[in-house]
Design a binder for this molecule. Structure first.
Ligand code: DGU
Ligand code: CA
Ligand code: CA
Ligand code: CA
Length: 194
């Protein structure tokens, strides 16, 4: 989509319900793969972020501290990753509805907390993995992902999950251009015991 304007962020924006009006936001981190970058937006438990375009440098993207909705958000050049889901509650739900992500050199959606991530009506282009359940987080939660209406181009893997922790992945209406591994199964190893 075409941006209606552009906003350079000086620091992380803490939001509960945020509508970006289809402006482009950028300016956090260095655009590379360093794990220590700040997020652009931190969304409170129960919050929604929508109608946002994210351009480089995009830092650590969006952090959802609890359940959240990410609606019609477009990453033109994913930073270290695009969004991280962080609730400690097994009933947390995170919904990504609409939008798309390009050039996530490693991961797009990073699920470090517990609960279920639903990725719906989403496009991913030139990326490593669309979704990864954390493989070495200190909390070995069960993590679940549902993909419904996902189109992938030049992307290696749709979901990476840790079957030894009981993670699950479900797929519906998936379109792949080129080739992609739909579900890569890993053995999660908590940090410190690798
Ligand atoms: O070394 O623990 O990549 O949140 C890897 C880390 C890793 C997380 C994750 C993230 O799993 O840092 O971006
Ligand atoms: Ca990372
Ligand atoms: Ca990138
Ligand atoms: Ca990250």
């Amino acid at each position: 989509p075409t941006a209606t304007g552009s906003v350079k962020l000086a620091d992380t924006q803490q939001v509960t319900n945020f509508d970006g009006g289809m402006k482009s936001y950028y300016g956090i981190g260095d655009g590379g793969q360093s794990e220590s970058q700040d997020p652009m937006f931190e969304v409170a438990n129960g919050g929604t972020i929508q109608n946002v375009i994210i351009d480089a440098p995009a830092g650590d993207g969006i952090h959802c501290l609890g359940s959240c909705t990410i609606r019609n958000v477009w990453w033109n050049d994913v930073g270290e990753d695009a969004a991280t889901f962080m609730s400690s509650s097994s009933s947390a739900t995170y919904l990504v509805d609409g939008g798309g992500a390009k050039s996530g050199s490693d991961k797009v959606f990073q699920h470090n907390g517990a609960g279920t991530v639903t990725i719906k009506n989403f496009q991913v282009h030139s990326s490593g993995k669309l979704y990864r359940a954390c493989g070495n987080c200190s909390s070995s939660y069960q993590r679940h992902v549902v993909m419904d209406g996902v189109t992938a181009r030049s992307t290696k893997v749709l979901a990476g999950i840790n079957t030894n922790w009981g993670d699950t992945a479900r797929f519906r209406r998936i379109t792949v251009y080129g080739s992609a591994v739909i579900c890569e199964k890993y053995k999660g190893v908590p940090k410190g015991s690798e």
